[in-house]
Design a protein. Structure first.
Length: 665
């Protein structure tokens, strides 16, 4: 940008008060900046991954590292600063003082360093020790005290993958006690890991993202890996799913390391392998770790015990027997069991009872009795009941099954009871600081309230409330600062601002505050839109018929009738335009007329709705798993070989007849 444009930008923002007391909540600028960084990373492709690690992955790493008040946290490849900011937030959520946390980092790209510095300032962290050094952390570490490298309690980072480096004149060579990787071939990954270990205090911990290649490549990297294991510095290797990071679909892993002699006694000479490559939610362009996935991984790490098809503690001896290959699937294979195939069922139809019994736990959790859809066929086999005429019937029958409906309703009822009990807690919010205790209480009581619902496991239950809390946090901060009426007014302001945007990402009329304040008006708009759509479709169909050379349809409009319909469409469009133009005035008017009690009802009802939506998403996934099983059995066994052969013979006979008629035989 030119200096002139920059001056204009500064003058523009100079008109707007930007003090904390002018915001909906104290951290508003930080939240807005974080949104912009994420939005830019979304559109920047591979470049986005160079400075921004998805926040769900960062939360996982910070929870594993478990920083405490009074510690120092260091990121040698700071990027946008998310590791450090979320470390502070984690300490505060745990009840500690985030200000009593020494945050340090280094970034080689000056532009990215500026982003991270601004990110810290806007999150109220003015004293973070962030340094910019063009040569980077390996060749020119910036945190030095008294001629020695500074040491830190926690190192949490996502360094650039697969870089080249220069060993010539590299300072502090004692960092690389386990050896040097090749300078070419993009293999600097374990050099970064050695630097991290070298700057970690005794008793500290390193949590770093790494490409999978460092786990099994031989040569110099293999020797370094053996050195790590001989000195017992690797505590855990955690495999993640694909497409979690920006700009790459390659799955990565997280290494957890401790300096020599720092492992807890019960973990000495052992490495925990966690294979979470199937634990993620699929997205269109990118996959996501949800709170339940994070909790599952963190719980397994803290327990440091075997979990079937997920985690395994491996001894140093076994690793040595495998040539110190740390390939995760060698120790924890998550490949699903092969789909059972019953030859007799393929030949004659039917579903073996043992296949159905193997899914009993899943069906029972969802309240589904398979005998509602399956009836005895022959000894040891079942077949679909008469109510299942086609494959598409299966979804409808599962969704309407009385047991399944009751199981799903019990989840909703449990949440509604819990919400009614906890509602008064929101009335006591006075400052954003009160949210720390509120979060602890809500997460704890929510788990207790839903533990009797077998449809959702422990991790899904935790995921519901954690996802809801994360999505609702800006509103909760605003509620604590502004109160119920103030939050409603903030929502209204958001909607009115969006009305002025040419390409708003969300339809302002679909906002929860619009639905709450103007339900009848929105119904009227919906009816008008439906009328316009119906008239438009009818007129287009009639016009297309007029252009066709075929015989006219008996129900085709006469010219007079068509003209009448076009006039009705014009009138309906005009009325719709007028009504939409009145939306802003109606919304502002309804907001001003709102009393405190009504504002409270609107806010809490909207929050409860959002929580129930999170629950429905998890319930829906469980329902889909049930449907998928019945559909798989249909696909495998519904059409036996004898039927396929008969259909083939009929088709072959038809083809032979056609060929004969055409004179080919």
């Amino acid at each position: 940008m030119s200096d002139k444009k920059l001056r204009e930008l500064i003058m523009h923002f100079n008109k707007v008060p930007l003090r904390q007391r002018d915001f909906e909540f104290p951290d508003l600028l930080g939240a807005a900046y974080e949104y912009l960084i994420r939005d830019f990373a979304d559109s920047a492709g591979k470049k986005g991954g160079e400075f921004y690690t998805p926040r769900d992955v960062v939360r996982l790493m910070v929870q594993i590292a478990d920083p405490h008040e009074g510690m120092s946290v260091y990121d040698p490849c700071t990027g946008s600063g998310g590791m450090l900011i979320l470390s502070k937030e984690y300490v505060e959520e745990s009840g500690g003082d985030g200000r009593n946390l020494a945050l340090s980092g280094q970034e080689r790209d000056g532009s990215v360093w500026a982003i991270s510095k601004m990110n810290m300032l806007l999150h109220g962290i003015p004293d973070a020790d962030l340094r910019n050094n063009d040569d980077g952390t390996l060749e020119d570490p910036a945190h030095i005290a008294g001629g020695e490298l500074q040491r830190f309690d926690r190192v949490i980072t996502n360094p650039p993958f697969s870089m080249n480096y220069s060993a010539d004149g590299i300072p502090f060579p004692e960092r690389f006690r386990y050896g040097y990787t090749p300078e070419k071939g993009k293999k600097a990954d374990l050099m970064f890991v050695q630097h991290m270990l070298a700057v970690t205090r005794p008793g500290g911990m390193v949590t770093t993202v790494m490409p999978h290649g460092v786990l099994f490549r031989g040569g110099d990297e293999g020797k370094i890996r053996t050195g790590f294991l001989e000195h017992d510095v690797i505590e855990a290797v955690i495999g993640l799913g694909p497409q979690l990071f920006y700009g790459t679909g390659i799955p990565a892993c997280i290494l957890v390391l401790r300096p020599v002699g720092s492992k807890p006694a019960e973990r000495k000479d052992k490495v925990l392998f966690i294979n979470a490559d199937r634990d993620y939610r699929e997205g269109r362009a990118q996959n996501y770790l949800e709170p339940e996935h994070v909790e599952k991984i963190v719980s397994a790490f803290r327990a440091f015990e075997d979990v079937p098809a997920f985690a395994r503690v491996v001894s140093r001896q076994e690793l040595a027997e495998n040539d110190d290959n740390l390939n995760i699937r060698r120790y924890v294979d998550t490949t699903p069991e092969p789909e059972p195939q019953d030859v007799r069922a393929h030949l004659h139809g039917g579903i073996q009872i043992r296949e159905v019994e193997a899914k009993a736990d899943l069906f029972a959790a969802h309240g589904m009795k398979p005998e509602h859809l399956l009836v005895p066929k022959a000894e040891g086999y079942l077949e679909y009941a008469d109510v299942v005429a086609e494959r598409r019937d299966l979804r409808r029958l599962v969704e309407s099954d009385p047991g399944a409906v009751a199981a799903e309703a019990s989840v909703q009822a449990a949440i509604e009871r819990w919400w009614k009990y906890e509602e008064p807690r929101f009335d006591k919010l006075e400052t954003a600081a009160d949210l720390v205790e509120l979060r602890k209480e809500l997460i704890g009581t929510f788990r207790s309230a839903l533990q009797a619902a077998p449809l959702l496991d422990h991790f899904a239950i935790s995921g519901i409330v954690a996802s809801w809390w994360g999505e609702s946090l800006p509103d909760l901060k605003a509620l604590a600062t502004l109160g119920y009426k103030g939050l409603v007014e903030a929502w209204v302001a958001t909607v009115l601002d969006a009305l002025g945007e040419e390409k708003a990402k969300v339809d302002p009329l679909d906002h929860k505050v619009a639905k709450a304040l103007l339900p009848e008006y929105l119904e009227q708009l919906a009816a008008l839109e439906a009328e316009v759509a119906e008239l438009d479709t009818t007129i287009k169909a009639a016009s297309a018929s007029d252009d066709d050379d075929a015989e006219p349809d008996e129900e085709a409009f006469s010219p007079a009738e068509l003209k009448k319909r076009k006039s009705q469409l014009t009138t309906a469009k005009r009325k719709l335009k007028i009504e939409k133009a009145a939306f802003a005035h109606r919304l502002a008017e309804a907001s001003e007329a709102l009393d405190a009690s009504s504002a409270r009802h609107i806010v809490l009802a909207a929050m409860e709705h959002d929580l129930l939506r999170e629950a429905e998403a998890r319930v829906g996934r469980h329902r889909e798993a049930v449907v998928a099983i019945f559909e798989a059995w249909w696909d495998k066994y519904q059409t036996p070989l004898s039927t396929l052969e008969a259909e083939r013979d009929i088709a072959a006979a038809k083809l032979a007849g056609y060929l004969k008629e055409l004179g080919y035989e």
